[in-house]
Design a protein around this ligand. Sequence first.
Ligand SMILES: Cc1ncc(C[n+]2csc(CCOP(=O)(O)OP(=O)(O)O)c2C)c(N)n1
Length: 431
Amino acid sequence: MTYTVGMYLADRLVQIGLKHHFAVAGDYNLVLLDQLLLNKGMEQIYCCNELNCGFSAEGYARSNGAAAAVVTFSVGAISAMNAIGGAYAENLPVILISGAPNSNDHGTGHILHHTTGKTDYGYQLEMARQVTCAAESITDAQSAPAKIDHVIRTALRERKPAYLEIACNISSEPCVQPGPVCSLLAEPEIDQTSLKAAVDATVAFLEKSTKPVMLVGSKLRAANALAETETLADKLQCAVTIMAAAKGFFPEDHAGFRGLYWGEVSTPGAQELVETADALLCIAPVFNDYSTVGWSAWPKGPNVILAEPDRVTVDGRAYDGFTLRAFLRALAEKAPARPASAQKGSVPTFSLPATSDEAGLTNDEIVRHINALLTSNTTLVAETGDSWFNAMRMTLPRGARVELEMQWGHIGWSVPSSFGNAWALRIASMW
Ligand SMILES: Cc1ncc(C[n+]2csc(CCOP(=O)(O)OP(=O)(O)O)c2C)c(N)n1
């Protein structure tokens, strides 16, 4: 059998760990979908519309690390772009793959169905560039491998969605086969000089402090540094607080865990801890209007150490050229023990009013009953709106996961995202 562009794409998706891709068919991607189906390493999960398809891939990426959604041109892809904007906001590498007009149609003045009626078909690529970290249009088989690899590599490195459109006559064109995957998955190179300087400056800063506090933010999972953060907490022995969008990103049974910091709506004691810390180590935070409670709870100033996915700012100096994961790992080796901030009090929670057999179906009762159902295997997906606040009131057993979409905040996201997430967890439970 001739090896084709579609087969190349399928092999690459399987190589980066996809066991499924999400799809809605249309004239522009029919041949591509058939090519993808030839690969037995990956199942096609069919969706009822493209917005759901995009959100299913978004949910899959939450548990699997990456995902793909395959849609038809314009009438499909433009619907999916809302979910891709969400994946951008939430730092999830979802590859949006759209079928596209026949390469022979370009420049003919042909008006094609499903398009806006323009005879220049480049508008979708232009739109996609605004919500992805890399976007390519494939109109010939020869350049397909480089474009596919560029898009996938960039998405994995940046933890952002990326976009590919493939002319409908090109998916079944002959193509070279891909090499091994390690080149796509390789960890970025680390500037050891900069890393050492950042770690030394942070250690010096922490050594001068008596009651540092850690604040865990929502970009931590995308930075692949959940375990490293816990190891650092073990070493520092200080109080650890989480931001709302990072619920579940730090184990709540950890000796240092001291609750949710959300300004005025923090769990009891957490606001005072964070706002009186003489060193506040903010790890992968997103400070937006929600998380700062309308800019009233935005940690800033000389006490703040800002450890972001691509840079660390401490004591008036910025360091880059290494990953957050590498920084936290190196910091944990040298960090001093600073237990003072964690010594006072028990782990705080939002209190619920006493229940009774006659209690009605109130928010309090819903929180109580759902919380009682949570186990270390649960993934709790909290829909945009009131559910966010209910999720914050839950106490999580170790291992329980919470999914939130607090940056994008699309109502209706939770059902398709849960669907995709469940497919990914099905793989994990089969391993
Ligand atoms: C796609 C989208 N459209 C509009 C909004 C604006 N919006 C925010 S909350 C909300 C109402 C949500 O009502 P409901 O789903 O009942 O949530 P709850 O009352 O539990 O917060 C709307 C329309 C949004 N967040 N997302």
